[in-house]
Write a protein that binds this ligand. Structure first.
Ligand code: PNS
Length: 161
């Protein structure tokens, strides 16, 4: 039984994340989607909202959705899993991913990170871009699942003065 952890903020989950999850499921039997709880970044969606959206958008897929706080290496140890998966988009991702990989690996030598190159249609797609667009009433329907599109519209309409 091969399991992999896919960690992230998922604020919110996008079609780019789903692409990585679906492709990871070709290599692994189960993907544990680990939603970061105590994010230092201020998130638009609460941990519960992010979890609920991830669950709704991955229905029917062989995934487990969990939250984690603290170090990823500790979460991986708790799950008895030594493999992490991350998506790599444009070169701008490389520095951060390389740094994270070096630090995680220096804490636990057994932990390996596998990088999947993002499919070309999602190369420049990020949760931040989606939020930026949605906050200005831009159409994000081609970038996010329906549930997320609805949640974004609701969130930003609540925020209107
Ligand atoms: O979706 P993101 O924001 O790019 O995901 C980043 C994430 C959650 C994978 C990363 O910030 C993380 O693993 N945070 C937990 C703390 C940790 O273990 N950091 C790595 C060593 S400094």
């Amino acid at each position: 039984m091969k399991t992999v952890i896919y960690p992230g903020s998922f604020d919110p989950i996008t079609n780019g994340h789903l692409d990585i999850i679906q492709r990871a499921l070709k290599l692994f039997d189960t993907v544990i989607i680990a939603v970061l709880e105590n994010n230092t970044k201020k998130t638009l969606f609460s941990t519960e909202e992010r979890m609920a959206l991830v669950k709704a958008c991955t229905k029917g897929l062989k995934v487990e959705v969990e939250t984690f706080s603290g170090l990823l290496v500790e979460f991986a140890k708790k799950k008895n899993c030594n493999t992490i998966i991350r998506g790599l988009r444009a070169v701008s991702d490389f520095d951060f991913e390389f740094q994270m990989n070096v630090i995680n690996n220096s804490i636990n030598k057994e932990l390996e990170t596998i990088f999947l190159m993002t499919s070309k249609e999602y190369f420049y797609l990020s949760s931040s871009v989606v939020k930026e667009l949605a906050s200005k009433s831009g159409d994000v329907s081609e970038y996010v699942p329906e549930e997320v599109n609805t949640a974004l519209a609701k969130k930003y309409s609540e925020r209107l003065p």
